[in-house]
Each structure stands twice: as C-alpha cells, then as structure tokens.
Design a protein around this ligand. Sequence first.
Ligand code: BTX
Length: 236
Amino acid sequence: MNRIVGLKVITLDEVDSTNEYARRIAPGVPEGTVVVAKRQTAGRGRKGRSWASPEGGLWLSVILKPPRVDGRIVFVGALAVTDTLADFGIDSGIKWPNDVWVGGRKIAGFLTEGKAGEYAVLGIGLNVNNPIPKELEGSATAMVNFIGRPLPLERVRERLLFHLDGWYRVFKGRPELMMAKVRERTFILGRTVRVIEDSDELVGRALDVLDDGSLLLDVNGELRRVLYGDVSLRFF
Ligand code: BTX
C-alpha cells in the first residue's frame, strides 16, 4: 500500500508556525506532505492562543486533501498521538475535542485549518523532550517526564507519521470505525464537564462521543449535543 502521510517531509530549523508554512505551500504539494520544525517562533493554538514550541518537541503540520470538509480530521491526529505514546509505553487518553492528556496533564494539542474543497492542514504539537513553560507546569507535561531520559525525536516522529497514515486511511474509508476508537479512548465520559464556547457555557455529564464527532451531554436530564468547533472543555 502506498504511503500517503509522510512520503514527502519538509524539515525546517525554525519557522513562525508550521501551520502557516503548510497553508502557504498547500496548493502546490502532494497530499500527505509534512512540514516539521525544530522550533516555532509563533506556534499557534486555537482562537489566537499561543503554543509553546521550544526545541525538543515535535511540531508538525500535515497537508491533506480529503474529498470533503470534515472537522473529524482532528481525531486522526488524536488517535495517532495516543498510538505513538503507547509505542513508548505511555498510557494516554483523548480529552474531547482537542487534546491528548497523560496523568491529568496535556501532552499534545491539534490545530486544524484549511480551505474548503482544496486542502486541510492538521497541525500537531507533541511535547517530547522540550521544557514546559513555568506557567503551564501544573497543566502540561512531556514524554520525557514519563521515560526519565530524552527520547530520540526522529523515532517519535517516524512512529507518529506511521500512525497518522494509518488513521487517515480509516478516516477516509470507515469514519465510523475511527469514531468508535475515539469513543473508546475518550476519558471524559461519565464525568461532569463544563463546555465553553464564546460566552455560552453548558454544564453536564458527558455521555458519549457520537459518530459525527459531537459530544452528548446530560444537562439536568435533558440531552444536548455539542459540536466540536472551537469549544473548550473543563472539568467541573
Ligand atoms: P488550544 O487553543 O486548545 O491550546 C492552547 C493552550 O494550551 C494555550 O493557551 C496554553 O494554555 C496551553 N499550551 C501552550 N503551549 C503548550 C504546550 N507546549 N503544551 C501543553 N499546553 C500548552 C491547541 O490549541 C493546538 C496546538 C497546536 C500546536 C501545533 S504545533 C504545530 C502546528 N503549528 C502551529 O502553529 N500550531 C500547531
């Protein structure tokens, strides 16, 4: 089977943001092209938030050209990261909709952007050997903290691209299978959560992740579906 993700890899020492770079080149490169940088000077999270990207972490963006716009592409990243962590003996879970957590802390985040009908850019930030900024020490962690010694970044990247390739195929062919795995690895189910979108807030018990990627909440006995979009989720 021909590889899609990672057949072409562009490596940079420094860039503003691999997502920005990927968007600039997306129209002219084959699907699956990966942009990876040693450090980002303006790494981005969602909604203009910043993403700390010093040397030692894995900061990359994959250019995909799926047949239609589908926000569930973020789960390709989440599943590939959880598989990669498992390859190194680290047990992790998906914090719907946008993070992977280990031991109660965020280890990876995803930023999906794109141009409808043309391309999608799946940006992945995975803390590997990089230091965690002081202000995030209570909420973020890195692989090195669980292994006790620096990991070979190349090897982590190789595993991640391998799993991204696999999950991207599942996403395209059998998205419901991919969502079944997402449900299995989502650790928030059964917990009371607060979902925040702009000035709206909903507190309820997380019941399920549905096949369309949305979260099913029990809000005082009433079932509510929350679409992923730009929502943030906190534990109550
Ligand atoms: P997010 O908006 O869900 O999360 C951003 C928040 O995460 C920040 O406000 C901060 O609290 C916290 N944070 C910042 N840096 C880190 C870090 N290194 N580890 C853990 N927590 C952190 C998440 O957005 C999307 C992140 C995507 C990052 C990748 S890196 C490659 C690509 N290029 C790019 O500019 N962004 C993506």
